[in-house]
Write a protein that binds this ligand. Sequence first.
Ligand code: ADP
Ligand code: MG
Length: 327
Amino acid sequence: KGVVHKICAGQVILDLSSAVKEFVENSLDAGATSIEISLRDYGEESFQVVDNGCGISPNNFKVLALRHHTSKLEEFHDLQSLTTFVFRGEALSSLCSLGNLTIETRTKNEAVATLLTFDRSGLLIKEEKTARKIGTTVTVKKLFANLPVRSKEFHRNIRKEYGKLVSLLNAYALVAKGVRMVCSNTTGKNTKSVVLKTQGSGSLKDNIITVFGMDTFSCLEPISLCILGGCKLDGFLSKSGHGSGRYMSDRQFFFVNGRPVDMPKVGKIVNEVFNLSQPIRKLMLNAENTVLNIITIIDVKKFDTEFRRHISLRLSFGRSWFYSAYL
Ligand code: ADP
Ligand code: MG
């Protein structure tokens, strides 16, 4: 354990939420049961993720933010699934080139923590002793500041970017079982607002109630369906009588193997099924749309474009498949 390996893949950090997503994933990979995300000025000034995971061992400090380095291969035997899912060893190296990255970390074997500072190329340029409990804090200041065009765009879309991030964190809070999550934003002269706070219960149901409230939960109906290829699909769909009549992608959540994923196509199809299908329409009376779909796809060996296509096809050709959940 702790050996850093080399693998290859493509670019991962496109915006604020993909940056934070990588950090939250890292915290979950490190076995954290508490993850705190703090933003300054909606993430434009800085963003920080604090966890109580296993920490990073000192023999990994130097290579940590170098491209294609990951410590996670040994735990997973199928390299194929790694290259198409999360472990590409690229998040930290990308973030170094896009902003000012520092990491504070301590494992159970160290008496004190270390504050690590990296340069743009991912080289470790400073190591200082500091006080911290076991776990890791990753901070990025001035994301995109060295890229004038992206920086301007980021500034212009900051509220939208922030909204996207909050929605993503909601998704994690829904699916992460036994993980406490807090997200706050501090603006201007230290006005701090907490936008998410969950204790991390043990079930999807309890998490839905914490994140969206009991009212929302009572509008949902559980579904549990099997599809081909060894994957099972379950979750909740909005009941009849509750709907805004509008497609709201930010209220549809998809998870694969317990991690949120973006599946816009599948989301549209689910939505289409609800709008176009006669039996559903009848059943749903005046409800023309879904308020909230939370769909979990568990136990997928390989999550890639082929799988996405497969599930999209299943959904579009097998609409009756959804009816059975309702009728
Ligand atoms: P990957 O997650 O694909 O391995 P990253 O660039 O995201 O690549 O992280 C590089 C390495 O840094 C990880 O493999 C892990 O060893 C370490 N690391 C990053 N964040 C954390 C964290 N919060 N806790 C423990 N280790 C971490
Ligand atoms: Mg990672």
